[in-house]
Design a protein around this ligand. Sequence first.
Ligand code: NAD
Length: 473
Amino acid sequence: MTKVFNEPTFRDGVNLMVDRAIAVMGLDEGVAKAIKSCNAVLQVQFPVKIRDKIEVFTGWRATHSTHRLPSKGGIRYAPYADQNEVEALAALMTYKCAIVDVPFGGSKGALLIDPSQYSRDELELITRRFTLELIRKGFLSPSTNVPAPDIGTGQREMAWMADTYKHLHPDDINYVACVTGKPIHHGGIQGRVEATGRGVQYAIQEFFRHADDVKEANLSGSLEGKTCVIQGFGNVGYHAAKFLSEEDGVKITAIIEYNGALINDDGIDIEQLRQHIDEHGGVETFTCAHFVEDGHAVLEKECDILIPAALESQITMENASQINAKLIVEAANGPITFGADEILAKKGVIIIPDAYANAGGVTVSYFEWIRNISHIRFGRMQRRHDEMRGAEMTRVIEEATGRHVSDQIRHSISRGADELDLVRSGLDDTMRLAYQEIRATRENNDNIKDLRTAVYVTAIEKISRSYLEVGVY
Ligand code: NAD
């Protein structure tokens, strides 16, 4: 990880950004304090016998807020995790849920582990043991605290967690809703794996629908042909790169990974790169782009859009002034430090902040949770009905006009929406509305200069309303 010199910790950085928002909205000091404080943090240490030796693992789960339940947030497996980071990420989840109107509190968890050092069976053992700790201490259940995937975890880990919960609570009819991001055949939802990257795409599309915002970033026109550098080619970075390049004509000119970066000013073929990594395990030997070892320096490459999608604290006071992007979209959580944020603002770089930009994941997790507690797949009741109405409509058109409707039009009119269509539509709508709300907040308050402050003001207004309506007890 990049060393951060003389800068606040991640958690303090988030709080400083929140303080900036609280100052412009003149919020009551007590309410502000209640919103900012982290409700509970659990640290667990547990032994697991690995290769005939006992190893002790450390994990955390922080619940930042419980004004809405369950509290929601990912669990990461990383060799650098710590409590400060978990608390910062849990706080971000509170603001993120409020921004996209997901009725959940904020939470986050981490296990201090390098997953690459363990076999699949060992990881299953460790995950099940960690899950047991979280359940026993009241930090995992469908109604109070619901984890999801994050760095180093995915569908597999979520399936192990759900199964562990089921064995401990066989009488809980909603057991499958205790985690989200599960495999489809274990209660997952179509479109969850791609959701955060898809949400990043929808956020950028919405930004480009507002000509004034595009102009403020010293850009013009549509997304077509814009150059883009992406840091991190994991779940979020890969999907964002794929959708932006394949569907919006964005040119991905660099992909930065932990051990170096690939550069191709004509645009990197994302699927070709994905296949190469699957076959060869890394980016170094990919021949359709130029490989450079100092990947971190590539963050400074000139581009229209920079998407950090790897880790926190990647753009710091050390490199912020060298950044050559017009628009930065925070797909990762906390990739820009508080100090760097101020430097970039002075440079006129526009930042679409994490609490909004990467909210696609929690939005679709919310859809998955609803699907789980309602015990029915979206679209199951109405799909065929919609198809019948569509077929009837084409028949009426043909009768009224005396002309034959082509098979292509007939198909598009009569096709009923399946679950993936509905998830994408719900996510697109959520990302559009949230951006419009953030924009309106900024327009209505002359003291709000940047999108990040507008995001926090919008979120805090909603959270404080909920605190004041319910009362503090
Ligand atoms: P991931 O583990 O799938 O991918 C992370 C990628 O970053 C990996 O390819 C890894 O090799 C790369 N990486 C690690 N260190 C790096 C470095 N120093 N420089 C460049 N690349 C590096 O994780 P993810 O789920 O894609 O999460 C990425 C970010 O997005 C995190 O900040 C996470 O909190 C955030 N996020 C994820 C989700 C989600 O649904 N997965 C939702 C919201 C936010």
